[in-house]
Design a protein around this ligand. Structure first.
Ligand SMILES: Nc1ncnc2c1ncn2[C@@H]1O[C@H](COP(=O)(O)OP(=O)(O)OP(=O)(O)O)[C@@H](O)[C@H]1O
Ligand SMILES: [Mg+2]
Length: 259
């Protein structure tokens, strides 16, 4: 197999292992997410969900296994049967194709909503400021924030800040969006507006990997549910089927807690 496979799924991971010192956090994660699919990742605290997401865009190096995104090997190139880490510049290029939204919004506090969305595309030369501004404005409108372009993060609610964070991730025109518990830091009444923005994105065909405990979201827009525990995939399948009829004891007891 070469390092490029343009016909494959959007995400394919094979036997991904990751340790921190002696703590083995990921113990062989196999996952396939087809183009346009929404994959919801569930699992107890410490099961390795965030670590796995961070491996997907090579914010963490992996110890064994392979990660393919859009038919390209992530973070490494193959020579013979050995893998060599790519140069930082190439890794940064790969990462541009992957948008990431975290639990904490991490907006730049000294920039308006519009400036936050414009920041990354402006840093990558080649597009005029006017074009970037126009796209940023359209993205804010898309997440329902056309009227907040000139607001600073501290003038926005948590739900609004998170929607700016989504617009900001979309500004680089990613092929894949990763969400790490995007609603778990929000007041309950603000969760819906963020999930709605994510549902719109899913309906528009974005491929998404979403770590969340929002079972309703998994049921409604998920194509695939992956339940992780102890660094392995315990069970995966159609979200509605897994939620209605979990096969594994650990999945059952976890779902009983979050449902
Ligand atoms: N940089 C790090 N150095 C050392 N240990 C780490 C590091 N990052 C994560 N871990 C450990 O790896 C394990 C998995 O962490 P991870 O954050 O991936 O879990 P999680 O499933 O996302 O949990 P949560 O639901 O609480 O967010 C935990 O035991 C954590 O303490
Ligand atoms: Mg986490």
């Amino acid at each position: 197999m070469t390092d490029v496979d343009p016909t494959g799924p959007m995400v394919r991971t094979v036997g991904v292992h990751k340790s921190f010192g002696r703590l083995e956090v990921l113990r062989g994660i196999d996952m396939v997410v087809e183009r346009g699919q929404v994959c919801v990742v569930l699992g107890p605290s410490g099961s390795g969900k965030s670590t796995f997401l961070r491996c997907l865009n090579h914010l963490e190096k992996i110890d064994a296994g392979e990660i393919w995104i859009d038919g390209r090997l992530v973070g490494y190139r193959r020579k013979g049967d050995k893998l060599y880490e790519l140069h930082d510049k190439v890794i940064a290029e790969q990462r541009r194709d992957i948008g990431m939204v975290f639990q904490r919004f991490n907006l730049f506090p000294h920039m308006t909503a519009l400036q936050n969305v414009m920041e990354a595309p402006l840093r990558v030369k080649g597009e005029s400021k006017a074009d970037v501004r126009e796209r940023a404005g359209a993205l804010l409108a898309r997440v329902g924030l056309a009227d907040k372009a000139t607001s600073y993060p501290n003038q926005l609610s948590g739900g609004q800040q998170q929607r700016v964070a989504i617009a900001r991730a979309l500004a680089m025109r990613p092929k894949l969006m990763l969400f790490d518990e995007p609603t778990s830091a929000l007041d309950p009444e603000l969760v819906g507006e963020v999930l709605d923005a994510m549902k719109d994105l899913a309906r528009e065909g974005m491929t998404m990997v979403v770590v969340t405990h929002e079972i309703g979201f998994a049921r409604e827009v998920g194509d695939l549910l992956v339940f992780m525990d102890g660094g392995v995939v315990v069970e995966s399948g159609n979200p509605r089927e897994v939620i209605a009829n979990p096969k594994h004891e650990r999945t059952k007891s976890f779902l009983a807690k979050v449902l």
